[in-house]
Design a protein around this ligand. Structure first.
Ligand code: F3S
Length: 399
């Protein structure tokens, strides 16, 4: 790789040991992917925050980087942690886990990482614009940033995202280059989609078809007439989970689509297939559901307002977690939504989610509107799942 004199200084350790380690990670990555040079990034999102995923080895790496003088050079935010930082006791989190999780957050904070603890950084002030080079590591947010915002990022891992934060650089390969952002397959969706769980089911069926075919296309999606921010975040989370995709174009909706030509090779997805994909994630009966969660990816303020409307004056009968970012929760506090929701017995699980929190063995079956949450609920915690629309999930909690 060709490095500028300043980049060479970083690699030579002239700006501290942590920065040198970061440059070693980035140049190794660049060499593997044949990058010719580094590109400056303006924003970073770091994943791998829950102590449940990091363990002591991961925490030790972070502590060494912080002790080695590592400091962020660009806006850097953090993915969900394993607990609500301010209210972990109410969620039944073990005190030993809470102490270790706080050590992780402390290491990030010492490096200047903004401890937002959310997988929707674009809803909380980390909002890159069209064409901006960034280095993000949360798969759903990567897909959203590339596709919906038109920013440019590869799907980073925790260490490479941290390395980008400490240097302000990332190797120029993959989705940073124009030629890799061109669509390679048209996907025509022959269905009318409105609800977040339907968009999640579409991501599942598309992702599974791509996996089966052994190719990872950049899809150019046609046939979707409208899609809200909430629908798109659900779709991105699901497509990234089931297909590993980090970029799609959607005709009339995403910003690069208008300037691109739809490829001739076309895959058509019919509404029955989307219904079947949704049904395949309902493997528990209503009677079995003992855990309900909304907020994968983290809820927007619009979704919380809707939730308050649905829960007003009612009482939930099951453990019900509302997962969102702290700034969104603070807006909900101001608007009185939090009071209504908490009076119903539902709990805010801010800073965390039902996938990264250490809850294995505590529940039997999860009801949610998120196809991604269904995948991990079973894969990680062996929970059975029920996938329904947002409003139906709330009804499930009230039964
Ligand atoms: Fe976010 Fe957790 Fe889902 S990190 S995308 S809420 S699995």
């Amino acid at each position: 790789m060709q490095l500028t004199p300043f980049e060479q200084e970083l690699l030579d350790g002239q700006h501290g040991q942590a920065t040198r380690k970061a440059m070693e990670i980035l140049t190794a990555l660049g060499t593997i992917y044949n990058a010719r040079r580094m590109v400056p990034v303006s924003s970073v999102q770091i994943s791998g925050v829950s102590y449940a995923n990091l363990s002591e080895a991961g925490l030790q790496f972070l502590s060494e980087m912080a002790d080695g003088g590592g400091k962020t050079r660009v806006l850097t935010t953090l993915n969900p942690a394993g607990m609500d930082i301010e209210n972990w006791q109410a969620l039944g989190i073990d005190p030993d886990f809470a102490r270790d999780q706080e050590r992780v957050l402390d290491a990030f904070a010492r490096m200047g990482v903004i401890t937002t603890c959310s997988c929707t950084p674009y809803l909380s002030g980390n909002l890159p614009h069209f064409g901006e080079h960034i280095a993000w590591a949360e798969s759903s947010a990567v897909c959203y940033a590339n596709s919906v915002l038109g920013a440019r990022t590869n799907r980073e891992g925790g260490p490479s995202a941290l390395a980008a934060a400490l240097t302000g650089l990332t190797p120029e390969y993959g989705f940073h280059l124009n030629e890799n952002r061109l669509p390679t397959l048209t996907v025509h969706v022959s269905a009318d989609l409105h609800e977040t769980h339907q968009f999640g089911a579409l991501g599942k069926i598309m992702g599974e078809k791509f996996e089966q075919s052994g190719i990872k296309p950049v899809p150019y999606i046609t046939g979707i007439r409208e899609a809200s921010v909430e629908s798109l975040k659900s779709f991105c989370a699901s497509l990234a989970t089931y297909g590993g995709n980090a970029l799609f174009h959607m005709q009339g909706i995403t910003p690069e689509a208008a300037a691109l030509r739809a490829p001739e090779e076309t895959l058509t997805i019919h509404s029955e297939e989307i219904d079947q994909a949704a049904q395949s994630l309902t493997i528990a009966s209503s009677e079995e559901v003992d855990f309900v969660s909304l907020g994968c990816p983290h809820l927007s303020i619009r979704e919380i307002a809707r939730l308050a409307e649905l829960l007003k004056g009612k009482h939930v009968t099951k453990e019900f977690w509302i997962t969102t970012a702290r700034p969104t929760k603070q807006t909900a506090d101001r608007m009185g939504y939090t009071k209504i929701i908490e009076e119903s017995g539902a709990k805010f699980a801010t800073d965390t989610c039902c996938v990264v929190a250490p809850i294995k063995g505590r529940f039997h079956a999860l009801a949610t509107d998120s196809a991604k949450a269904c995948y991990y609920a079973y894969a990680k915690n062996r929970f059975k799942t029920v996938l329904k629309s947002f409003d139906e999930v709330v009804l499930e909690a009230l039964k």
